[in-house]
Design a protein around this ligand. Structure first.
Ligand SMILES: [Zn+2]
Length: 433
């Protein structure tokens, strides 16, 4: 179902004309209203009027998370506070959060984008949306909420936590669409199982899962356990929140980026150079309609690639492939680049292993040591010790084979790795570098 037929199916040429016009207006505006951007542009001798084509965007300096921190809390806002109607923040990995603001029109834009995303998952006015994203400073909860209302669906603002109650409510209220993080979706499946509730008997038809990277194997697991179509949704508060890109039900192969509002580029994370179409690299976004908090060439640190092939659904927006990792949470272990999602893919290939794992990195005698804690299923754990040892050996061998890194694999009992109601903690890096 395409919510915004006029925009989502624009011929490429018409789309690019809109992008150019909006980009020019955005650059003019940030240059006039945000001292940070004016200085950045001046430093490299760039004037907004220099931008004659979309290609010229390459001349504009990047913005980083550090820039957002340095201008905490409101330094990058492009409108007076009296025009700001909402403030969100994302938890920083260290110290102060990253603060973003919205005008009334920004909220309207965001709601429309989320309505598009929910429609791409097949949601209509008749659907009941169980929204288990956290409500609060985090953009997940309210982002989905406003989109669901804009669509005209019925939204249950359940937020995160209190999982047993969630199961009861999804059963009693007859929810048809589920929205939460992929790890929480699997947690819901576990708790439902304990309670003797089978997702087969619930009414869910689709789910939008995001806010953390996940794999194709995890999709299969979620679809099998929750009996629904599991779609990937992408967004980050710096850019707008959820609803920057979404998979369509028809193809389930990459996320359409809402390009009439955001320009996406893929760069080499080391050199900053824009990479040729189809290459994997760091995703960079420029917002072209936002008023309160425009971002110019914002480096997401997410590693992915873009696919410009036409899609069966009819949308003409480019698709981003699943985020395969982050250029900054990439672990380098004895010189080998390791993404947690790669370990996950290995684990999901193995029978009897649960998708709950944790990587612990230590440094002893100047050597990195990777320990992978892996939960095994109830049935595997009740098996003989010999079987568990064999399982450990297989995982160790496969990690070595696929990633080229030696790891110590430790199997742990079901449900011993801490479950988070939001993002899963996949890596504990104890190295002091
Ligand atoms: Zn599509």
């Amino acid at each position: 179902m395409i919510y915004d037929m006029d925009y989502e199916t624009l011929p490429r040429e018409a789309l690019e004309a809109i992008q150019l016009r909006r980009l020019q207006a955005t650059l003019q505006r940030v240059y006039a209203t945000v001292p940070f951007y004016r200085k950045r542009f001046d430093d490299v001798g760039f004037k907004p009027s220099d931008l004659k084509s979309l290609e010229d965007l390459r001349r504009v300096p990047f913005t980083t998370k550090q820039d957002l921190r340095d201008n905490y809390p409101y330094g990058l806002f492009a409108v007076p506070m009296e025009n700001v109607v909402r403030i969100h923040a994302s938890s920083g990995t260290t110290g102060k959060p990253t603060v973003v603001g919205y005008t009334a029109r920004d909220i309207e834009t965001w709601a429309t984008l989320m309505a598009r995303a929910l429609s791409a998952a097949g949601a209509t006015r008749g659907d009941i949306i169980h929204n288990a994203y956290g409500y609060g400073l985090f953009t997940g909860g309210l982002g989905v909420h406003y989109g669901a209302e804009k669509l005209g669906a019925s939204v249950i603002p359940i937020s995160g936590g209190n999982t047993k109650r969630q199961i009861m409510i999804m059963k009693d209220f007859g929810a048809t669409i589920l929205t939460c993080t992929p790890s929480y979706a699997l947690h819901l499946a576990e708790v439902a199982h304990e309670m003797g509730v089978d997702f087969k008997d619930l009414k869910f038809k689709a789910g939008l899962f995001g806010a953390e990277p996940w794999s194709e194997k995890m999709r299969e697991e979620i679809e099998r356990k929750l009996h629904l179509s599991a779609l990937d949704i992408y967004g980050l508060s710096e850019v707008i929140g959820p609803g920057v890109a979404v998979e369509c039900l028809e193809a389930k192969a990459g996320l359409h980026i809402f390009e009439d509002h955001f320009i996406a580029e893929i760069i080499d994370p080391n050199t900053g150079e824009v990479l040729p179409p189809g290459s994997a690299g760091e995703l960079v976004f420029t917002s072209i309609t936002k008023e309160a908090f425009p971002v110019i060439r914002y480096r997401t640190r997410d590693i992915t690639s873009l696919n410009a092939e036409p899609c069966v659904c009819g949308r003409t927006f480019v698709r981003m492939n699943r985020v395969s990792g982050r250029s900054d949470d990439m672990l380098i272990i004895r010189g080998v680049n390791v993404f947690p999602s790669q370990i996950e893919s290995v684990l999901m290939e193995i029978q009897g292993v649960e998708p709950h794992y944790q990587l612990i990195v230590d440094r002893e005698d100047n050597l990195d040591r990777l320990t992978v804690l892996v939960e095994v299923g109830e049935s595997a754990f009740s098996d003989k010790v010999k079987t568990l040892q064999d399982l450990e050996k297989i995982i160790t061998k496969n990690i070595k084979e696929y990633l080229g890194v030696s790891a110590k694999v430790k199997l742990v009992e079901p449900k011993t790795i801490a479950r988070s109601e939001g993002k899963a903690v996949r890596v504990i890096d104890n190295r002091k570098l």
